[in-house]
Design a protein around this ligand. Sequence first.
Ligand code: CO
Length: 159
Amino acid sequence: MALLEIKTAGDPVLKQISAPVDKIDKRFRKFLDDMYETMKSGEGVGIAAPQVGVLLRACVIEVDDKNRYDMINPVIIEREGSVVDNEGCLSCPNLFGDVERAAKVRVEFTNRFGKKKTLDAEGLLARCIQHELDHLDGKLFIDIAKNITKGRPNRNAKT
Ligand code: CO
């Protein structure tokens, strides 16, 4: 595996809309593993392909060190409730802010082996999914966050 360069806010690549992935092969799986390693090295819990300069609809999420999700062409098909919590982002070093998100989401995606999956998520996982999917549409959390601070105000993890 290899560490990838993380693009930071101000880089125009982060404002682009990513294209669907149409081929999931060994090379693409290696890219997912490189994203995962890059995320872990930054102590993040999620990373989206545009953050490493690749405009494809894919992200890797691991909020609890047990369940890693490689989501390819993910789409949120249901949202429920609303909750405000603090977020950060590997592409916005040392910035944190409060973001309103759906409390629960149902997401459809293709996994790294080309299988269609449906996942119901809540809590940090639901928040992370929404944050990463925003990256695929060129949106950064700092554009929608309130009470942005430099430095982490509490325990919440980077997505
Ligand atoms: Co982010």
